[in-house]
Design a binder for this molecule. Structure first.
Ligand code: PYC
Length: 318
């Protein structure tokens, strides 16, 4: 009798940052070689994409789950490398996920309060773990690429937005005409998805033809501590429960470009579920370096079992 193929074990730590989940693989990921984190991402994408799906997709995960693999950094000044992904693909950077990474590394006893460099596929970011367990991330260079871009959104008419990079590509819209409230989630998701479609159909992209895969709708805050509230639609159709770290970075870049935010001025962004991130920006050549502060909570340590007999072992793909 041939022996059954073994069940593969993958150790993960789950956390949430302002309500948005992050599942970090700390053991059991495929071997991605010794290259830069960008090279390791290429190997993960080209040769092990089913692993991404197994970690974040149903039945183990959900459309909302953001996953990550902790990898060895090529840059010796970094304490870790990280590759973020979601239900449909990979993220250049992930702000809420990096705050979740700080909480996870602290939970594992791998970092203490203080600053630590992390290698991501789009550059090195710095996390500062604070004594109260909150964390700040100094993000990659963020900038506004185009302003006052007009699009026709089917069923909603003409809208105007900014295209900005905050570690992912964003289209930021103020004139959407909708209240940013939980009871409007279906409508907000619908309009944001239509905006994305309209950008695709019109051939409107980020720099170098990169797809704009995050849509951010901005409006007045509900919390008196906040400056603005946002609804962010992620690439796979789920909305970000957190204020979105890369989205807040893109917002800061636009505010600075418009002269509405000065260097180091604190900006508080509220998410659609009411969680808050604090942001500020250093002005540099070509844009800003944002710092985003939030708190993540580790809420599970577990072992995923990848059973080759399970027909949905590698997740249900869209
Ligand atoms: O916090 O940057 C972020 C993020 C991107 C997608 C989901 N969260």
């Amino acid at each position: 009798m041939t022996p059954s193929p073994p069940i593969r074990k993958v150790r993960v730590i789950d956390s949430h940052t302002g309500g948005e989940p992050t599942r970090i693989v700390i053991d059991g990921a495929p071997d991605l070689g010794q290259g830069s984190v960008a090279d390791q991402l290429r190997i993960l994408r080209e040769s092990h994409d089913d692993f991404r799906s197994a970690v974040v997709n149903e039945p183990r995960g959900s459309d909302v789950m953001v996953g990550a693999v902790l990898v060895p950094p090529a840059d010796p000044s970094c304490v870790a490398g990280v590759i973020f992904f979601n239900n449909v693909g990979y993220l250049g950077m992930c702000g809420h996920g990096t705050i979740g990474l700080a909480a996870t590394l602290a939970h594992l006893g791998r970092i203490d309060p203080g600053s630590h460099r992390i290698e991501t596929p789009v550059g090195v970011v710095t996390i500062t773990l604070h004594d109260d367990s909150s964390a700040s991330i100094e993000n990659v260079l963020s900038y506004r690429y185009r302003t006052h871009v007009q699009i026709d959104v089917r069923g909603f008419g003409r809208m105007t937005g900014d295209i900005a990079w905050g570690g992912n590509w964003f289209f930021l819209v103020h004139d959407h005409g909708l209240g940013l409230e939980m009871k409007q989630i279906d409508k907000l998701t619908d309009v944001a998805w239509r905006i994305r479609r309209s950008l695709q159909h019109s051939g409107i992209t980020g720099k170098d033809g990169r797809e704009i895969d995050h849509i951010e709708l901005i409006g007045p805050p509900a919390n008196p501590r906040a400056n603005a509230k946002s609804f962010v639609l992620c690439p796979g159709g789920a909305y970000d429960r957190s204020p979105c770290g890369t989205g807040t970075s893109a917002t800061l870049a636009c505010l600075v470009a418009d002269g509405k935010l000065s260097e180091d001025q604190v900006w508080v962004q509220e998410s659609i579920v009411g969680s808050l991130f604090e942001g500020s920006a250093k002005i540099v050549e070509g844009g800003v370096i944002p710092t985003i502060t939030g708190t993540a909570y580790v809420n599970s340590e577990s072992t995923l079992l990848l059973n080759p007999h399970d027909p949905f072992c590698m997740g249900i793909r869209a």
